[in-house]
Write a protein that binds this ligand. Sequence first.
Ligand SMILES: CC(=O)Nc1ccn([C@H]2C[C@H](O)[C@@H](CO)O2)c(=O)n1
Length: 108
Amino acid sequence: MSVIAPTQITFFEFLTPLVASGQKTITIRDFSESHYQPGTQVEVYTLESHTKVCDIVILAVEPLAFDDINEFHANQESLPLDELKQLIQQVYPDQQRLFMISFALVET
Ligand SMILES: CC(=O)Nc1ccn([C@H]2C[C@H](O)[C@@H](CO)O2)c(=O)n1
C-alpha cells in the first residue's frame, strides 16, 4: 500500500528557530511520521499553535535505531546528545525503530 507524502511537518515551538535558521538539518521521528518523500517541499508549523514557520525540502528518510543515535545526530539536530535522547524517549517511549529525516531550509 502506498502512502501519500505529507506536505506539512510540525516541530515543538522551542525548536522552530533552529529549523528556520538552517541550524537543524535532521529530525528523528517514528514510523507514523516517516512518510516524507525526498525532493518534496514541506511546510513547517509549530506543534502548539500551528503557526507557519518556514519551508524545507526533504533530502532523505533513513531508518535509525534509538540505540544508534550519537553525536553526529545531536550536531545535526543542534541539540546536546543527552537532551536529544531524553526528548525522543518522551515523544516516542520504548521505540527502537525510528527514522532520520534529513532536510534543507528553503531560503525565502
Ligand atoms: C508531532 C510533533 O511535532 N512531534 C515532534 C517530534 C519530534 N520533534 C523534535 C524533537 C527532536 O529535536 C527531534 C527528534 O525527534 O524532533 C518535534 O519537534 N516534534
